[in-house]
Structure formats: structure tokens, C-alpha cells
Write a protein that binds this ligand. Structure first.
Ligand code: MLT
Length: 408
């Protein structure tokens, strides 16, 4: 008899953003004349940079010629893109990362979800709380956790980010093998300093652990003294994997392109405690289960590294950051404590009370969609997240509506 993977039954009923989408759809059906403003899911709104569109169109035309046609590409990505990434994202910031350590993919959600496959099912895993749900759910699916009890999965170590620690988690009290970190953080928008990341790297090296560093929002960092990459930290090449994306900085959420950096120096251990290069495992996994990002999309991604491309991406980022500042200032004026919004496109707002109730209030009374903090974990309760991914006009209108509702 065919059996299901029983670990799927431990998952919460639906993925956070699907749950929100259902409530939003119900509201829209009941209120067809009330226009909604979405500040929930972190989906970009502004058009693709011109350099990307031009590069993509040219690549499509190339594909229409006998000489320029491309069939299956290298699963790890074309050399032109991997080299541009290595040079512009890493070598330019003093990080010794080579093109052969970069794996181009169709998204950081997929990569940060899939990477756990290459590690043992009996390892101990630490995740932040609040957390991007993908890190948790993929480990649940793989059978690394027990049941969901009182808002948490048994067997996972939760690294609490609370008002008391400035939303930056402390090192775990008991040793763990795999550590998920995300800076600038989703959902809180908090950032980590070099000193803070150095403590994580030292911890990971001491415990032969690996850090999975999600840096999908690094382009929003406004202070150059803050690290954009974990590989700016000494020793990180021996203990970290980094996820990066073109989604948020260059507007690729619908176009799909991202990359993961797995350094050559990084090892994990087989059952006999022999060292195994992690890059080799990820390469094997990637080439077995993935057939590469399309040629026109990789050309579009590479275009952001031209001079004009860098400027166009900066313009997009600065537009969203102006929204973020406005959100943060308005919510502070309304009397709420906030983090994020200064180096991240998310503002994490301490509302107190039940965050789904606050979500419903903003939806029903202001016609604004936020993300309830409880959807990101136990420590998310009493908070909501507002996303700056919108036009300036809509952000302004949403804040006006929020102000009216919350000042009542
Ligand atoms: C979010 O809203 O947290 C992000 O959009 C999720 C994602 O990028 O997958």
C-alpha cells in the first residue's frame, strides 16, 4: 500500500503566505469595491531595470539564431554570470570567493529549502524565532523534528530574537550542527555587525557546525561598515554557506534568479568522521535535480553588474528604502516600537496582543495587508511586519489609512 511521508502531517495547515492570501481573497470577494494595499508578502512591485530587459530581449533574439541558440546550460550557471557575481559581490568587498564556488539557481527559497538534503537526518538544527518559515518546514518534511507542541517543533533549537536582545539572537546554549541565520533579517529587518557574526563563525568552527547564511536582503544595507556577506568574517569559508538573490534588489521575484555560495574549504563529516567537501555534495545534488536557469534570465541578471545596471538597481533599492523609512517613522509617531526599515525593506512593529487580530483589523478597517508576526513563530506574537515593497504613492496612502484606523 502506498504510504505518505508522515512528517508532512506534522506541518502547520498551510504555508504562512498561502494562509494570508486566502484571507485576502475572502476579503476581496466580500468587498469588491474596496481597493487593497498589500504590504504583506515581500514581493517587489517596481518594473525590471531597463538593462535587464534589454539583455533579456537580446538573449531571446540570440536564441533565435543557429549560432546563438543555447540548449541545456551548465547546471551551476554560465561562467559569464558566476564570474560577474564573484567579482562584483565578493572580490570587490575583499572576500576570496571564486566563480567555481557559486551555484546559480532559480531562487533562494528553493536553495535554502533544499540545502538540508545534503546533511544527515540525525543532526541538530537551530533556527531563529521569528523565522522565515521555509527553514523550519523543510526540516520538518525531512523528519528532523518531533511534533508541533505549543507553537514549536520538538527537537529544533529556537534562537529567540526579542525586544530584550534587540532582536539579535544569542548563541545556543547546547551544541547544534546546523544554524540558520538571516541578516538583514526577515522578518525583523535587524542587522548584524561584524563582531556579532564573528561570534557565530567562531562558535560554528569550534563545534564543527555549519551556518546557513541567508543574505537575500544585503543590498538594502545602508551603512558600509556592516557586513553584506558572511564571507567578510574571518574563518567563514570553513563553516558557512551563503544564499543570495536577484529578487529583491533587481526585481526578479517573477523572473527567478539567485545563487548560493558553497566554499571549497567547507567540509562536513561522514559516519566514520572523514571530511567530505560540502561543495561536492551540493554540486551533485544540483546537477541531479536542477537543469539551470534559462539563458535569457542569466543574461538579464549579469546586466545588473554593468555601470548602468548598478545605478538602476541602486535606484530601485533607494526607492524601497524611502518607503521603509516612512513606514518606520509613521509607526513610531503612532506610538509603536519598531526595528528594521533602516537597513532592510521590512519594519517589525511591536503591537502587543494577538497579531492575527491586528492583521484582521488592518485588513478590514484600513484595507491594508500586513504579515502577522505569529506566522513567523512564537516570538513573533505581539508583532506585525510591514513590507516596503510598493510604490511611494501606495505606501503613502496605506500609511494614511493606517494612521486613521490606529488613531481612532
Ligand atoms: C517574505 O515575504 O517573507 C518573502 O517574500 C518570502 C520570500 O521571499 O520567499
Amino acid at each position: 500500500m502506498i504510504r505518505i511521508n508522515p512528517h508532512f502531517q506534522k506541518l502547520q495547515a498551510s504555508y504562512l503566505f498561502s494562509n494570508i492570501a486566502q484571507r485576502v481573497a475572502a476579503y476581496q470577494q466580500a468587498n469588491p469595491d474596496k481597493p487593497l494595499i498589500k504590504m504583506g508578502i515581500g514581493d517587489v512591485t517596481e518594473p525590471l531595470p531597463e538593462v535587464c530587459r534589454t539583455a533579456m530581449k537580446e538573449a531571446v533574439d540570440e536564441m533565435g539564431t543557429r549560432d546563438g541558440f543555447h540548449g541545456y546550460g551548465p547546471e551551476q550557471g554560465y561562467a559569464f554570470l558566476r564570474e560577474a557575481i564573484a567579482e562584483n559581490e565578493y572580490q570587490s568587498r575583499g572576500c576570496d570567493i571564486g566563480a567555481d564556488e557559486i551555484f546559480v539557481s532559480d531562487g533562494s527559497k528553493c536553495d535554502s529549502g533544499n540545502i538540508q538534503e545534503i546533511f544527515g537526518t540525525d543532526i541538530s538544527v537551530a533556527v531563529p524565532d521569528p523565522v522565515y518559515p521555509v527553514y523550519v518546514d523543510t526540516n520538518v518534511m525531512a523528519g528532523r523534528t518531533g511534533r508541533f507542541v505549543d507553537g514549536r517543533f520538538e527537537g529544533l533549537t529556537y534562537l529567540e530574537a526579542t525586544p530584550d536582545n534587540g532582536y539579535t539572537p544569542e548563541l545556543p546554549e547546547q551544541p547544534v550542527d546546523l544554524i540558520y541565520l538571516c541578516f538583514p533579517n526577515n522578518p525583523t529587518g535587524a542587522v548584524a555587525t561584524k563582531e556579532q557574526l564573528q561570534r557565530w563563525v567562531d562558535y560554528a568552527r569550534q563545534h564543527h557546525a555549519i551556518i546557513l547564511f541567508d543574505a537575500a536582503y544585503q543590498a538594502f544595507i545602508q551603512d558600509d561598515a556592516l557586513p553584506h556577506s558572511i564571507f567578510e568574517i574571518e574563518g567563514a569559508k570553513q563553516c558557512a554557506i551563503e544564499f543570495r538573490s536577484f529578487s529583491k534588489n533587481a526585481g526578479f521575484t517573477g523572473t527567478r534568479c539567485a545563487f548560493t555560495v558553497v566554499p571549497k574549504d567547507l567540509v562536513a563529516y561522514d559516519p566514520e568522521n572523514n571530511e567530505v567537501p560540502v561543495r561536492q555534495l551540493w554540486s551533485r545534488r544540483h546537477s541531479t535535480k536542477f537543469n539551470g536557469v534559462s539563458y535569457p534570465v542569466q543574461r538579464a541578471a549579469a546586466a545588473i553588474y554593468s555601470q548602468a545596471g548598478k545605478q538602476q538597481v541602486q535606484d530601485l533599492v533607494q526607492g524601497y528604502m524611502a518607503n521603509a523609512r516612512q513606514i518606520r517613522e509613521t509607526m513610531i509617531e503612532l506610538g509603536y516600537d519598531c526595528v528594521g526599515g533602516d537597513h532592510a525593506p521590512y519594519v517589525w512593529i511591536r503591537t502587543g496582543g494577538n497579531s492575527w487580530d491586528f492583521f484582521d483589523r488592518l485588513l478590514n478597517e484600513a484595507g491594508v495587508v500586513c504579515t502577522p508576526g505569529a506566522g513567523f513563530g512564537k516570538c513573533g506574537e505581539g508583532h506585525i511586519r510591514l513590507s516596503a515593497f510598493n510604490s511611494a504613492v501606495k505606501t503613502g496612502e496605506a500609511l494614511q489609512r493606517i494612521r486613521e484606523v490606529l488613531s481612532r
